[in-house]
Structures are given as C-alpha cells and as structure tokens.
Ligand binder design. Structure first.
Ligand SMILES: Cc1cc2nc3c(=O)[nH]c(=O)nc-3n(C[C@H](O)[C@H](O)[C@H](O)COP(=O)(O)OP(=O)(O)OC[C@H]3O[C@@H](n4cnc5c(N)ncnc54)[C@H](O)[C@@H]3O)c2cc1C
Length: 387
C-alpha cells in the first residue's frame, strides 16, 4: 500500500462537530496550519440533538441572533411520583445543523482548511500511523500519517498533532486505546406543539430506564425524545412511542411525527485526553455530562483548549506542552463530570423501584441535593452547566 502522504499540516482535526470546529478555530487563530476533516457531506446534517444550549455558551461562541431560535427561561421536571419542580434554566434552542455550520465557518475564516465527505480510516494492518498503534511512541520530532477517504479517493495526511473530535464512537480513541463504554441510546421525534412554551420539560418515568424523556420547544414544534441506558437491555423506540402517547393524552402535542432522529450519548464519564501527539475532545473523550446528556458546552470548551494548546506545542516545537491540555481538562471539567458519574451510579440502583423519585432528589440537577455542599459550580467559574 502506498503510504506516501499527499497533504500535510501542523494539526489534523478529525470530526467537525462543536469540539472539532472549536479546536480548529483556536488552532488556526494561534497561527497553526490546520486541516479539519468531516465524514459527512454536509456539516451538522442530520441533526442528532435536542438543541438546547445554555446562555453562557451563546456569548462564549459569539452566536448570531438568527441561531437563537427559541428562548428558554426555565426547566420543568416531572418525577415518577407526580411531583413537579421548576428551576431557572436560561438558554436557547438552536438549529443544531446551522449551529455546527456556524462554528465550522468561523474556523475556516480563521484559516483552517475544511474537507467534507472525508473520513479518517481505522488503521488495520499494517498500522498507518508512525510509531505503534495502541502503544504510540513519544513525539520524537516525528509526524503521523492518517489515511483518509475523500469522495472515494484515498490518501494520507501528515500531521504533527492529531485531535480526535469524532464523537461517541471515536475512531481516533480506538487508535490510542481510549473508548467510551457506557451509553444512553436516544431517539427523538419532531412533533407539533398544541401551545408554545418558553421552558423545557424533563420527565422521569420507569419505562424510560436510566435516562429521561424531554420536550424541548421550538416555536410551534418540539423535540420530543427519550434516552435509555443500553445496559438495561431495552431500546428507545418503544419508550418514545409510549412517551409521545403520554404527552398527546395530556394535551401537549399533536400525534404527528414531522421528523425523527437519534444517537448515542456517552455516559461513563471521562475516558482519557491524550496519548503522545494524539488528543481527544468532546464526546470522543467522554466529556459530556453523564446525568443530563448535555455535551455541546464541554465540547466547545475542551475543543478550544485542545486547539489552543496544540498550536502552542507546534509553534514552540515542544510536545511536552500538550500535557497542559490534560491539566486543563482535569481542572475545568473533571470535577463536575466525576460528580455526575457518581450520581448516575447511585441512581442506577433505583430504576424499577419505588425509591426512584427520592433518589432523583439527590441525583438530578433540578434539586439542591444534587450539588451538595460547595458543588453548585463544579469547582470552576467558567464551567457551563445545562441549567
Ligand atoms: C438525541 C441527542 C440529543 C442531545 N441533546 C443535547 C442538547 O440538547 N444539548 C447538549 O448540550 N447536548 C446534547 N446532546 C449531546 C451533544 O449532541 C454532544 O455532546 C455533542 O454533539 C458533542 O460534540 P462533539 O463535537 O464532541 O461530537 P459530535 O457532535 O458527535 O461530532 C463528531 C463529528 O465527527 C464526525 N466523524 C466521526 N467519525 C469520523 C471519521 N472517522 N472521520 C471524519 N469525521 C468523523 C461525525 O460525523 C461528527 O460530525 C444530545 C445528543 C443526542 C444523541
């Protein structure tokens, strides 16, 4: 097989979701030569998201007004025992496809080269990266070659640093032996709302095991979905139909499916940040919140850090600088994610039992019991939370 690289850059970023585009933006702004590849023909399509973003994120990424589709003021939580709790939750529902495209356009404007319909392949045999796959050697001033397929054409891209921002089932993660193992499987319909809402709704039901049902409004429609922990052995389609039926009977939605989508959410917590010159960010690194399933904010935050620190390492020609990324993730997001993992483990024991509602009072973000002493901000001022 011809291993000759046909393109080269300082930093190759794999996956143009919020993490990858944020990494590309920062790295290009810092002066690195960046290539961002995305396997889809159109970035952000199809949408696999309930599309809620907290207000802090909109400011952080300088989001255009036309992407703030629906204002959200609070969240209403429904417990299985009939209790309802309202909590402040300032944010927006966006159009996730246009949101992702917006981030990618900003990266491109900063100088990143974007290749769509371009997929990084899993190196099989022989290994396609220099060093040994799974046991990659240190930088040694060397480069890594990644084989990609762009519109059917195979070639190699040579890079000093690789950033894997390729989502929950990360190929790059597999290269370095870092994989998400626990997932919630989500399915969602877009359905007409009977009345407009400026709040989100979250429903805990025993038939939605290990997750929850949601109604996230968008004008006269809503994203209506469920996420189910796959370790319970059930799948989300049946639960979603039952949930939609419950909402229809309560007079909230019309029984009409305008569109449907779904996807996986990694809920096992942080799986790793880096091996030598290969970094992971966003869902690929398990950086979404295992209790809420929200991952856009941390993907943007950690992607930006990965991009900025990688550019610094390239410019200073010093791979050791990459350890700053590990430290930043530890400092900024590890506390809240580890906390959510603990809550998730505790909650796991209460599904199918009449203790579920009480357990949720210490395990769901709407309740003070979730945070405990000094936990409200997860130890970091700049951290963005779902609510
Ligand atoms: C149904 C659902 C609802 C959700 N709702 C919300 C919500 O309301 N709010 C929230 O904050 N979070 C939500 N999330 C979670 C959120 O979508 C993720 O946390 C977020 O998308 C993570 O961003 P990312 O950039 O890490 O990964 P992704 O957005 O998954 O992007 C990864 C990109 O990499 C590309 N890719 C993968 N493999 C390759 C390859 N080999 N070569 C090239 N490209 C590749 C993919 O095509 C994709 O575009 C939801 C998730 C699901 C499934």
């Amino acid at each position: 097989m011809n291993k000759k690289a046909q393109d080269k850059c300082d930093i190759l970023i794999i996956g143009a979701g919020p993490a990858g585009s944020s990494a590309a933006l920062k790295a290009a702004q810092e002066g690195a030569k960046v290539i961002l590849i995305e396997q889809k023909k159109e970035i952000g399509v199809p949408v696999q998201c309930a599309e809620y973003i907290p207000v802090q994120l909109t400011t952080a990424v300088g989001l255009r007004d036309d992407l703030l589709v629906q204002e959200i003021h609070f969240m209403r939580t429904y417990l299985p025992n009939g209790e309802v709790k309202e909590t402040e939750s300032i944010g927006y529902i966006t159009d996730r496809d246009r949101f992702d495209q917006h981030l990618a356009e900003k990266a491109e404007e900063a100088g990143a080269v974007i290749r769509k319909d371009c997929k990084a392949e899993i190196p099989l045999n022989p290994p396609l990266l220099k060093g040994e796959i799974g046991r990659l050697k240190a930088w040694e001033g060397g480069l890594s070659d990644v084989e990609v397929i762009e519109g059917g054409k195979r070639y190699f891209i040579e890079a000093k640093i690789i950033i894997g921002a390729d989502g929950p089932r990360s190929t790059v993660g597999r290269w370095i032996g870092v994989e998400n193992k626990e997932f919630v499987s989500a399915k969602q319909y877009i359905m007409p709302l009977k009345f407009e809402m400026d709040y989100t709704e979250v429903y805990f039901r025993d038939y939605i095991k290990g997750g929850y049902g949601w109604v996230f409004p968008k004008g006269n429609k809503a994203n209506v979905g469920v996420g189910i922990d796959i370790s319970f052995g059930s799948e989300p389609s049946e639960a979603l139909d039952r949930f939609a039926d419950e909402l229809f009977k309560s007079g909230k939605i019309e029984k009409k499916i305008l569109n449907s989508t779904g996807g996986l959410i990694p809920v096992g917590g942080l799986v790793g940040t880096r091996k030598d010159n290969i970094l992971l960010c966003g869902d690929a690194a398990g950086q979404c919140n295992p209790i809420t399933g929200a991952g856009i904010s941390n993907a943007v935050l950690c992607g930006s850090l990965a991009g900025e620190i990688s550019a610094k390492a390239v410019i200073d020609d010093n791979l050791d600088i990459l350890s700053e990324y590990d430290e930043a993730v530890e400092e900024l997001v590890a506390h809240s994610i580890n906390h959510a993992v603990e809550k998730r483990r505790y909650l796991q024991q209460h599904w199918g039992r009449d203790t579920l509602s009480e357990a949720l009072k210490t395990c769901w973000i709407a309740f003070e019991g979730y945070y405990g002493e000094n936990n409200k901000h997860g130890g970091s001022e700049i951290e963005w939370e779902l609510q």
